[in-house]
Design a protein around this ligand. Sequence first.
Ligand code: COA
Ligand code: AMP
Length: 634
Amino acid sequence: MTNAYDEAYQRSLDDPEGFWGDAAEDLVWIRKWDKVLDDSNAPLYRWFAGGELNTCYNAVDRHVDEGRGDQAAIIYDSPVTDSKRTLTFADLKDQVARFAGVLAAHGVVKGDRVIVYMPMVPEAVIAMLACARLGAVHSVVFGGFAASELAVRIDDAAPKAIVSASCGIEPGRIVAYKPLLDAAIEQASKKPSCCVILRRPEQPCDLIEGRDIDWAASIEGAEPADCVAVAATDPLYILYTSGTTGQPKGVVRDNGGHAVALKWTMKNIYDVEPGEVYWAASDVGWVVGHSYICYAPLLNGNTTIVFEGKPVGTPDAGTFWRVIDEYKVSVMFTAPTAFRAIRRDDPDGAFLGKYDLSGFRTLFLAGERTDPETLNWAVEKLKVPVIDHWWQTETGWAIAANCMGLHAFPVKPGSPTKAAPGWNVQVLDDDQQPVKPGDIGSIVVKLPLPPGSLPTLWNAEQRFRDAYLVDFPGYYKTADAGFVDEDGYVYIMSRTDDIINVAGHRLSTGAMEEVLAQHPDVAECAVIGVADPLKGQLPLGFMVLKSGVDRPHEDIVAEVVRLVREKIGPVAAFKSATVVKRLPKTRSGKILRGTMQKIADNEDYRMPATIDDPVILDEIGESLEEIGYGKGRA
Ligand code: COA
Ligand code: AMP
């Protein structure tokens, strides 16, 4: 017997043009597309070629035109500053149009890039939408990155303007953004012509004359700017994400396919109706924040929540329940690590008793695998379905999910359920042959990818081909390994590259190795991800020192920890490293990072057949024990 999911899934693969063409009717187009799927340049595909629209119009103005002007569009709730604010769709339109006017007055036009480096305040979303309004391409940089990471992104995107704030607020400390911004611009070779700075009362800042302008003063008398028609295939944004080197990948998102896919997901995956309150507790600096704090809920006429706080400690493990109760949130989306933090602080769920969660329907989790223990705890305490779903910065929305608006399948703990419509997920072996159900292999998606997924990397088409299309011709390589069971449930087990997942944040161990290697005493190094009960994984460094270095090891460790924080940022959560005599390698010189990770996590491992010198593994085990890993793990 088929259900709505089976029908949608099959149609999306058999007739993608019909399927997504129908979904596109849900948006307001300035000019309809000539072709739903342009495959003339395969394996590079484009959706809705020839179409023109404006994403900001569809996310904001449209709702005012259609009678939602008085409905809350954004609710800002900030326990760290003890403030709250609501913007209706009419307010949002006014603010976005005026801020677009500010950018336009400073020369920003269609196609220009604008970097947004901001904390979780509504102005971050306003800035993104203002860019979309003008057809400018925004690139949001997460606040937890250091100045040099920001500088790399400035040089790659070459922005005409940067929008930033004086500070962000982390529990217990104020993060001064302005000095980081100034240092990044100093380091970058491509300088923006202007910076708009939101000066926050918690820590104001000085402005640089001739370059910086004050957000509040400039928006006051700004001339509102209208929505500009852009091609469906024009870029809406660039979001940098970790690659396998220190040079991040600039994932490009287009306007048309993105708007069509995201709006479709709100009903079909999340089962949310326009007018309801939808909350993604993430950060606008990540893809989850782009898709589900900003674009998807607004495109669907939902109220979205901009929450500036943490799941615990702001002020307690009941904060999430307070927000759900206070704003009548129907559906929430966050990362499993947030729930592990809440569970750690409030294992019995005592805070839940203080709030009314009767209107809360579903919790969605993503960013890392939801471990069965956390899933079961959340189901038991919340008494609502808890849905793990799997996606990547590149895909922009879920590759696999329990599509609650189509058909709710029974949950299998450890699985994000089935491939979502549009995603022809396959598991292949190294010879590019399909494996049997239940067997592990590389997870790939048959091309073309559905709308909303990346069409290319910014200024790096060859890197796009090399990273995603070359290893499995005809398929997109997800770089995740796993299996699909007899019932079609997908299981994501690990990455096939050096990406690790720390508190739902995607980080490259290769990038950290590049930093460690800069230390003058380090001859050779390796960074691996080790298991952590709260954050899922944490990075751990190994260093071989140059001969003749006899400084205390703890000094060198402290210096590299500082260096990673300075070069990549606090978000790397790099706090542990150890000095070893040698690194284990294969005879061809490849460092055996996987084996080191198993030793650190005290897991069984098979001696690699190609190992150069097995004795080194014993030495590694001893060094790890000294710092509380391996056999020394509690
Ligand atoms: N600006 C500046 N610094 C930031 C930052 C930001 N926006 N976000 C995080 N940091 C800093 C933190 O203050 C911390 O610094 P510290 O080393 O001085 O303590 C460091 O980066 C690491 O942050 P994080 O990994 O988030 O750890 P945490 O201990 O502060 O919080 C959790 C742990 C689990 C509560 C937190 O990670 C969380 O809420 N996660 C939710 C997951 C999420 O939003 N994922 C996004 C994808 S869905
Ligand atoms: P990011 O690009 O930051 O969204 O990270 C994407 C990576 O996070 C994926 O390639 C997976 O390795 C991992 N990931 C995200 N969501 C899940 C999930 N639900 N289950 C397992 N892994 C996930």
